[in-house]
Each structure stands twice: as C-alpha cells, then as structure tokens.
Design a protein around this ligand. Structure first.
Ligand code: 5GP
Ligand code: MG
Ligand code: MG
Length: 200
C-alpha cells in the first residue's frame, strides 16, 4: 500500500490491496491527453462520446481540460455494458439516446475508462461506423490493460496497467467504488463484500 493519504468513505475500509493511480497522477495525465487531442483536432470539433457509467469522471475532467485550452467539442453519451463481476460475459448491450444522424461526417472520440478484452469497443465501433457514418472514430481510454493485440487500438491512453482488477474514479465492482478519487486494486474483502448492506 503506498504511503500517501487517500480519502474514501469509511465503509470501504479494508476493501483495497493498494493504490494503482492517485487522483493527482490522473489529473496531471489528463492535461497531457488534452494537449495531444488539441494538437490532433485543431480546427475540428470532435464529438466526445462518453461510455457510461465508468468513464464519466474521466470524461468530465478531460472535457474541463479541453475547455481550458479552448478546444471545442460536442457531447454524447452511450451506455455500454459487457461485464458481470470481474470476468467479461462477452455479451455487449448498448442503451442510450445517441442519435446516429448527428454523427454523420463527424469526428468521434470515444472516451473510455478502461480497455481490457475490447469486447465492448469491438461491438460499439462498427455499430457507430455503420449506422452513424462518421468521418473518423478514435478511442481515448484512461486505462489500458493491453491483454492482447487486437484489431483496434486506443489512440490516446492515460496509463497502461497490469492485469489486475481495479476500482475507483468511476470504475466499479458490482456498482460499488465509483465514488473514489483514486484508482485502487480491489482486495478479497472488497470482492466478497455484500453491497446491499450499504443500501440505506
Ligand atoms: P472490455 O470490453 O475491453 O473487455 O472491457 C471494458 C469494460 O470492462 C470497461 O469499460 C469496464 O467497465 C470493465 N472492466 C474491465 N477491466 C476492469 C477493471 O479492472 N476494473 C473494473 N472496475 N472494470 C473493468
Ligand atoms: Mg467502459
Ligand atoms: Mg462495471
């Protein structure tokens, strides 16, 4: 466990094996990602598509950084879910109100929390390309596990991480832990914890 002070709700005591990335590190990296994006999209207004729910803190902070450097963008949201517990179920569902007609000829930047097996994006990217007819689709992911080389690659990656199940900063385990500032590795207690005991 790294020595820095981390704040989290008291009900999470003992639920982490260690800190993977601190919020300070995340925010520093977000500034760099925003600059890279601005360099590539100068004169273009990309459509930033947030994949809910996990990517939402990253999306908010990245869009704030883009505003600071006067990079314009449009905002869209899609809900993609393929996970059950800590292993992928392979089934991807999309819920949301992303209007395909609004994407025609546009440059899409998909904002993800983490790319792992690419199950989610391997379904979402072709769907956007076929139904939306955008000019381009790129991916900006806060985390990348780089499990294997795939057909797709994220153009912008915040951090490459080892193959551990991480939580916090939007990333959940059974809907818990999204409310953490930092990114942690989940502990055995965290995995076995009954979330329903907190629902009051
Ligand atoms: P993929 O489709 O690339 O396998 O997985 C993408 C989704 O799986 C992510 O958007 C995220 O919701 C979930 N996921 C993958 N790895 C992790 C992880 O280490 N921690 C958490 N909390 N979710 C993960
Ligand atoms: Mg995601
Ligand atoms: Mg999840």
């Amino acid at each position: 466990f790294r020595k820095e002070e981390h704040i989290y709700p008291p009900e999470y005591e003992g639920h982490f094996d260690g800190v993977m990335i601190t919020c300070a590190e995340i925010h520093e990296r977000i500034q760099q990602l925003a600059s890279l994006i601005h360099t590539d999209y100068k004169g273009i207004r990309p459509v930033l598509v947030c994949t809910l729910k996990g990517a939402s803190p990253f999306y908010i902070h990245l869009s704030d950084a883009l505003k600071e450097i006067r990079q314009g963008f449009d905002m869209e949201f899609v809900r993609a879910s393929s996970y059950e517990g800590t292993t992928t179920s392979g089934q991807v569902e999309f819920v949301g109100e992303l209007k395909m007609s609004s994407l025609q000829g546009r440059h899409i930047l998909l904002i993800e929390d983490i790319v792992d097996t690419w199950t989610t994006l391997s379904a979402l990217i072709p769907m956007l390309q076929e139904q939306g007819k955008p000019a381009s689709v790129e991916v900006c992911s806060l985390l990348d596990k780089r499990l294997e080389v795939k057909k797709y690659e994220a153009k912008y990656v915040g951090f490459s991480i080892p193959n551990k199940f991480v939580i916090g900063y939007g990333l959940d385990y059974e809907e818990l832990y999204r409310d953490l500032k930092d990114i942690f590795v989940i502990s055995q207690l965290g995995i076995s914890f009954d979330a329903s005991t907190l629902h009051k």
